[in-house]
Design a protein around this ligand. Structure first.
Ligand SMILES: *Cc1c(COP(=O)(O)O)cnc(C)c1O
Length: 322
């Protein structure tokens, strides 16, 4: 503990709530607010601040000097953990899916500059990340470490994510709460704190996100939380697959930013907003509804994608649900 420099999780997060004024919402007779988790911390972005809060504090309390985690080459989780680890004086190791050449991308350049050691593995090896044999191998290579699951998924991640809405004034006034889902850990945390009167809708960032429901239910059980019901997953919001982008998505994100001042990320929040707005345009959100959208952050991942997004934005033909 003596080398602990600074705990970035000590202060309470007070994310701003912003009213989104779009013609689409006015016409549909609904009120839509966005919770700006993207502003909670400049480097431990969005929901990752909540997911890592108790996960890392617990490791420090147990005297762990080193943590190892898993992620893709543009992972918001890896990025956030690398920064938090340095701030708290914990060594970090990132097991990254893909080739070593990714080390030069903006996400991993930051991670390395914060002292994270990177270990690149191919896709097949990455898929075995939950195998005890693979973990043993990693221990032989790196010695002692505390393990943080991909995306910070786990009971302590859930505990942190409860706080996203548990401390929010007037949360019971929202009929619908929407959040993007990768592992579903954030959604599980929201479920644990959900007012009875609110419905929760998760937007899968992955194609084939059918496994998410079961993962969420299992995590709730592990954390000793009852499944409150009143939630569903939107499985067709992925725009072709995880981290894929389309001209429609790129044009939508640009127009949304221009009309609301809110920047979205292309992997999670952009896809959630696009699908949500399509639902509104299709009359699937009941008039009179008050809706809370969670901006889960992730804007660091935009770096290096600007050119692709710009080109796609200008290739889009047709209308946008705004
Ligand atoms: C990691 C991440 C998610 C997914 O969170 P899960 O808890 O894994 O479902 C959503 N949005 C952003 C911006 C993220 O970085």
């Amino acid at each position: 503990m003596s080398n602990r420099r600074f705990n970035p999780f000590e202060s309470t997060a007070r994310p701003a709530l912003q009213l989104l004024q779009l013609d689409l919402y006015r016409r549909a007779g609904i009120e839509v607010w966005i919770l700006r988790l993207d502003k909670v911390h400049p480097l431990i972005s969005g929901n990752k601040w909540y997911k890592l809060k108790y996960t890392l504090q617990d490791l420090v309390r147990r005297g762990e000097k080193r943590v190892l985690t898993f992620g893709g080459a543009y992972s918001n989780h890896v990025h956030a953990l690398a920064f938090a680890g340095q701030a708290m004086g914990i060594e970090t190791i990132g097991v990254i899916r893909g080739e070593p050449a990714y080390a030069a991308n903006p996400t991993l350049t930051d991670a390395r500059s914060w002292g994270m050691k990177l270990e690149f593995v191919d896709r097949a090896t990455y898929r075995s990340r939950r195998d005890p044999d693979f973990e043993l191998q990693l221990h032989r290579r790196f010695g002692d470490f505390g393990l943080v699951a991909e995306g910070g998924f786990g009971p302590l991640g859930l505990l942190g994510c409860r706080e996203i809405i548990a401390g929010l004034d007037g949360v019971a006034g929202f009929d619908l709460i929407c959040v993007a889902a990768g592992t579903g850990g954030t959604l599980a945390g929201l479920l644990a704190a959900k007012p009875v009167s609110s419905r929760l809708l998760g937007f899968s960032a992955l194609k084939g996100g059918d496994f998410l429901s079961q993962d969420i239910i299992t995590l709730l059980q592990q954390a000793g939380e009852a499944d409150p019901g009143g939630w569903t997953l939107q499985l067709d919001a992925h725009c072709g697959g995880y981290a894929r982008t389309t001209p429609l998505l790129a044009a939508f994100m640009a127009a949304f930013r221009q009309k609301t001042g809110v920047t979205l990320d292309p992997v999670y929040t952009g896809k959630m907003l696009l699908r949500f707005n399509q639902m509104v345009a299709d009359g699937e959100v009941v008039p009179g509804s008050r809706v809370l959208l969670i901006h889960s952050g992730g804007l660091q991942g935009l770096r290096g994608m600007e050119k692709t997004l710009y080109d796609q934005e200008h290739a889009h033909r047709g209308g946008l649900p705004l």
